[in-house]
Design a protein around this ligand. Structure first.
Ligand code: ADP
Ligand code: MG
Length: 236
């Protein structure tokens, strides 16, 4: 991470996120020339993460209290670890995970990117990697000129990982099962914060993802069921 603060984040719709964190709307614009100040960490973190947020979700704000509580936990843990290490900035390294469950269109992806945005302005460094499960499998398919293991480690070792739409592929294959297991097992063993969404019903989870993956998810994740109707259809 480079500590040269981007000059401005105006036009980024940050006010609701800053308000949720208890900051004034212009808190993040402070230029105090201390590279380690929470404001500069927030500006850098937001600038870095916003490049990974799809245009459609660029203004997403989380609404679920469970997501807010999760962000609070990650921020608090990062500060405790910073105090222990006596480091210059607080960074999210370890933490619990979340599993957002709900039908297509209820707002899972919106909530997930909202959480990513809100955590980004918290003043704690949070480095995200994001993917849909389908894109992950496609990126990891062995092919000429690609080191699939290096690619896999990018996701496996990410500080924070969003896996959108886990378990939605029509036909799970040995390949996708293996990726799911290796990814979830590693994140579970190392206590790495992971945000997972899925439109599977709770009953279908084991059938589609297998005991080994679901068992680990049950231990590492708080499960958040999302109710509601398809917002996309309503909008149409
Ligand atoms: N809280 C919200 N406020 C405004 N629009 C929302 C909200 N939640 C979801 N949407 C919109 O509803 C649609 C479906 O949401 P999305 O998160 O993509 O659903 P899912 O990932 O559950 O299929 C999207 O167009 C999204 O932008
Ligand atoms: Mg979605």
């Amino acid at each position: 991470m480079q500590y040269i603060p981007p000059s401005t984040l105006r036009g980024q719709d940050l006010a609701p996120l800053l308000a949720a964190r208890g900051h004034a709307p212009d808190w993040i614009q402070l230029h105090d020339w201390d590279p380690h100040s929470p404001q500069n960490v927030a500006r850098n973190t937001y600038a870095e993460n916003s490049a990974k947020i799809p245009f459609h979700y660029r203004s997403a704000v989380p609404s679920l209290p469970e997501l807010r509580a999760w962000i609070d936990t990650l921020v608090a843990d990062a500060k405790v670890m910073q105090a222990e290490r006596k480091g210059p900035i607080a960074s999210v390294i370890h933490g619990p995970s979340l599993l957002l469950l709900g039908q297509t269109g209820v707002g899972k992806t919106h909530e997930a990117y909202g959480a990513m945005r809100e955590l980004s302005v918290s003043g704690v460094y949070a480095q995200w990697q994001v993917t849909t499960a389908a894109d992950l499998y496609a990126a990891l398919r062995p092919r000429h000129g690609i080191d699939s293991e290096a690619e896999f480690r990018k996701y496996r070792d990410a500080r924070l990982l969003l896996v959108d739409d886990l378990g939605t592929e029509r036909k799970p294959t040995e390949f996708t099962e293996e990726i799911n297991f290796r990814l979830i097992n590693h994140r579970y063993e190392h206590h790495l914060p992971t945000l997972i969404t899925s439109n599977l019903r709770p009953k279908e989870l084991t059938e589609r993802l297998g005991d080994r993956v679901v068992g680990r998810l049950a231990e590492m994740c708080q499960r958040i069921p999302m109710e509601g109707t398809d917002r996309r259809r309503k909008a149409a």
